[in-house]
Ligand binder design. Structure first.
Ligand SMILES: Cc1ncc(COP(=O)(O)O)c(C=O)c1O
Length: 439
């Protein structure tokens, strides 16, 4: 496949986008799903492929931002969902489906003794923060600069601050992500530099008496998947434990790193963990869980210091059965196969970068990868942040890959899915090579 028909004047996507603009601001309902001038509208998706309304089929390395680890329309997930559809989609009663998925997750992650479901990762983070506040009696949280944790005011601080606003790299300022964030939110959020344990220890010690929790994404995608330094996460755990601050591990993406998630991979134990994406089998989902003594703040049989947590579709049985099938298929062997395919992508791309002599690099671990149009050592948000020229190169490469039939995110991140094969990966690497050859 060569070319992007959706960008041609008069295309069906152009028509749909014009209609969308008349009823939605900028024609858009999900900020992440926009790239100028507009995106292709999709007609169908199966396995590793996505077909747009122009009839062009591409291989999908975005997988709905890492959520669809089994690709699209997996037959086993569809069967389970079809069976559940006939039994009811959402009832105002608990069902066995939520118990089964909760049992599976508690079994896999040592630090999760109790958990609750939400409808998105955003809500999972929001409720984990509320749990930490209620349990500790403290209100502030700390998070790392350049890390995304969803659309909750207290998580939307210093996600992508401009360099001129961000302050000292070892003592970052708290910057509201947009004018929509509560004016008081930055005052409630202490911002930390990723991969800088001494600076983190210093900042946390200063604020210890007012912090409920530290929120950390162990492999932050908005900072370009920088590898955490070997002892960074265990040290963060030690520092937070010494200062009596709770640690929340946001594994909404990084739960993909292995059968037991990110904590076992990196050797630390969080007090609370947030999950999402892959645990919903392609349906809207989130979950948060952790130590029983903390999670007990949600126990409705308690009358003291009780925290309510509603949600019309929490634990809805369609998501629960899809999520159960998704997770049940992810055996340790399947995680190994995904990681081997991810490594094939990273090594393949690194090899062509070297052979073509271009100043690019690849980051990522297990089934995750990201291309960067610069050779700077990646360690945190500041080293990741692209210049205007790098941003332009990124956009050009993204469109060129689409034209070759391969979907990456507009920032050139991707993930592999279980229906992929080595052949698909080699074809993607060959396409990237053709683009580098003509650049
Ligand atoms: C680390 C992390 N936390 C939280 C979220 C928010 O999840 P959701 O989009 O399901 O609200 C995301 C979404 O990409 C994420 O990557």
């Amino acid at each position: 496949m060569v070319g992007n028909k959706y960008l041609e004047p008069g295309s069906r996507s152009a028509e749909l986008y014009a209609r969308a603009r008349a009823v939605m601001p900028g024609g858009n309902t999900r900020t992440t799903v926009f790239s100028a001038p507009y995106l292709a509208y999709v007609a169908s998706a199966h396995g590793a492929s996505v077909t747009d309304v122009e009839g062009q089929t591409r291989l999908d390395f975005v997988n709905n931002y890492t959520a669809l680890i089994h690709g699209h329309a997996h037959p086993r997930i569809l069967d389970a969902v079809r069976r559940q559809l006939a039994l009811g989609t959402a009832v105002s009663f608990p069902t066995e489906t939520e118990v089964r998925l909760a049992e599976l997750l508690v079994e896999r992650v040592d630090s999760i003794e109790r958990l609750r479901f939400t409808n998105s990762g955003t809500e999972a983070v929001m409720m984990a923060i509320q749990a930490a506040r209620a349990f500790t009696g403290r209100s502030k949280i700390a998070k790392f600069e350049g890390c995304y944790h969803g659309a909750y005011d207290y998580a939307e601080v210093s996600v992508g601050p401009r360099p001129d606003q961000a302050g000292d790299s070892l003592a970052p300022r708290s910057v509201a992500e947009s004018a929509g964030v509560a004016r008081s939110a930055p005052d409630e959020v202490v911002v930390l530099p990723f991969n800088q344990p001494d600076a983190v220890a210093r900042i946390l010690a200063k604020h210890a008496g007012e912090l409920a929790a530290v929120l950390v994404d162990p492999l932050p995608h908005r900072s370009g998947f920088p590898d955490p330094l070997d002892d960074f996460l265990p040290r963060l755990r030690q520092i937070t434990r010494d200062l009596n601050i709770l640690l929340i591990s946001d594994e909404i993406i990084s739960f993909r790193l292995g059968y037991h998630g990110a904590q076992q991979r990196y050797g630390y134990t969080a007090d609370l963990t947030t999950l999402g994406k892959i645990i919903g089998g392609g349906f809207p989902v989130g979950a948060f869980g952790g130590r029983a003594d903390i999670m007990n703040v949600f126990d409705p049989t308690r009358s003291d210091s009780y925290v309510p947590h509603g949600g019309t579709f929490n634990g809805n049985p369609v998501t629960m059965v899809a999520g159960y099938e998704s997770m049940a298929m992810l055996t340790p062997e399947e995680f190994d196969r995904l990681a081997a395919m991810g490594e094939r992508v990273r090594v393949g791309l690194a090899n062509i970068i070297e052979a073509r002599g271009v100043s690019w690099q690849v980051s990522g671990q297990a089934s995750l990868f990201k291309l960067h149009p610069h050779p700077r050592a990646l360690g945190d948000y500041r080293s990741y942040l692209p210049t205007a020229a790098e941003q332009a190169a990124t956009e050009q490469f993204y469109l060129a890959m689409l034209g070759q039939g391969f979907i990456l995110t507009p920032e050139l991140a991707g993930s592999v899915s279980t229906p992929m094969t080595d052949r698909v990966i080699d074809d993607m690497v060959d396409a990237a090579d053709r683009i580098f050859a003509t650049a």
